[in-house]
Ligand binder design. Structure first.
Ligand code: ZN
Length: 408
């Protein structure tokens, strides 16, 4: 296998998480007796550009054509989208003469914020069931996979984009160079692209191995993504740390030839942080696997001791990262009775591989678990607040990263 970005041969393992089913392939009850495909979940790091990546075992079409993730079910994520829009409109002086395009626009949760300002929008969303929801809500959306060919068509029909938003999509792209070329093709001469992605530096620091799953082909640092962008005549001029999915980076990118956008001091600071952590050399990547095994042992020790003492444990959420965690650690209904999720699309389903049932949040009131393991640790504060009623029966919260913590 060769690097998705620079094409150098890949020989270094970052972490090997064994075999796992596709993290979003939830099962219906009648599917539980059937065979499930498991794929190797091994992350590699490129010796040359330091891009961390997985091999593509399943086609992107199969993974994303009927996707169960609807953005609109997380309150903090909706606020994050709203705040971004309120900030970017004055910064880029967006008005009714401009065009904003969001790639992987999901159910329109972000783009709808531009409608109130009368700014023309266009969403590009590959999952037909998700795009249909956006269209019903009045969000102009085309249902296709984005890349150079798609960008040429969109540009011919709608003109160049003044702002392209690509939040949490870069990692999902199997053909990275084609996707970046598409962004370059669609961008107006003075346009700006903002990319958001979970920061590899945080993944390494906090042992967030559960954010590794087959749908995420790549794990980016400012260092690795800058090289991929530069290859296509694009340049990063600003960066911000944002608190979604752990810690993410938001990059501001423009054509390399656009002199209007001057590199900021914040960009220099972020580069320095990564250099100090050694992200441009293989050394930063070598200590990760032993830490992952330590987190696994700590969680299993807790679960074994708790069950031995006769206490019950449920989980909160059915995010993809929970499925990596459970499959890697071998945690099934022997440890976790059930999980709950607010999304009706996941309720009454079963987690892939581990077959843990997903119930509506009301099940917590009925079953009164002694411990609630929070799977989307990035939404920890929100979930502890929402479910504080479990304390009525002495319930406690548990988080597995960066180290096991019980919250009374
Ligand atoms: Zn590379």
């Amino acid at each position: 296998m060769n690097c998705r970005s620079c094409a150098a041969p890949l020989t270094h393992t970052f972490v090997d998480l064994g075999l796992s089913p596709l993290a979003n392939s939830f099962l219906k009850r009648e599917q539980l007796g059937r065979m499930e495909p498991f794929y190797p979940l091994q992350a590699l790091v490129c010796e040359k550009c330091c891009l961390v990546q997985l091999d593509e075992f399943e086609s992107a079409q199969n993974i994303f054509s009927d996707y169960v993730y609807f953005s609109s079910y997380s309150a903090s994520y909706l606020k994050h989208a709203h705040d971004y829009v309120e900030k970017i409109i004055p910064r880029l002086k967006l008005d009714s003469s401009k065009l904003v395009v969001e790639i992987a626009s999901n159910d329109g949760y972000l783009l709808k914020n531009f409608l109130a300002h009368n700014i023309p929008i266009l969403g590009v969303e590959p999952a037909a069931n998700v795009a249909a929801v956006a269209i019903r809500e009045g969000i102009r959306t085309v249902c296709e996979f984005f890349g150079e060919a798609s960008a040429k068509g969109l540009r011919a029909q709608h003109g160049g984009a003044d702002l392209i938003i690509a939040n949490n999509v870069l990692a999902h792209v199997p053909h990275l160079n084609d996707f970046i070329l598409g962004c370059k093709t669609l961008l107006s001469p003075t346009g700006v692209i903002t990319f958001e992605f979970p920061h590899l530096l945080e993944l390494i620091r906090n042992g967030q191995f559960d954010t590794i799953y087959h749908e995420h082909f790549c794990y980016f640092s400012l260092h690795s993504v800058s090289q991929a962008l530069a290859r296509h005549g694009l340049r990063v001029f600003d960066v911000e740390a944002v608190a979604t999915h752990g810690e993410s980076l938001r990059l501001y990118v423009t054509h390399a030839t656009n002199a209007q956008c001057v590199p900021t001091a914040q960009l220099q600071r972020q580069r320095k942080l990564e250099d100090e952590a050694g992200l441009d050399t293989l050394s930063a990547y070598e200590g990760f696997a032993p830490r992952v095994n330590k987190i696994k042992r700590a969680l299993l020790s807790f679960l074994i001791a708790t069950r031995e003492s006769g206490k019950s444990i449920a989980a909160y959420g059915a995010p993809a990262k929970g499925n990596t965690l459970f499959n890697f650690c071998g945690i099934r209904t022997d440890f976790i009775d059930f999980t709950v999720d607010r999304s009706p699309h996941k309720q009454k389903m079963f987690l892939p591989g581990t077959h843990i049932p997903v119930l509506p949040p009301e099940a917590l009131h009925q079953r009164r678990p002694d411990f609630l393991l929070i799977l989307p640790w990035n939404l920890q504060t929100e979930i502890v607040e929402q479910c504080s009623y479990i304390r009525e029966w002495g319930g406690k919260f548990v988080v597995s990263h960066p180290e096991l913590k019980v919250i009374p």
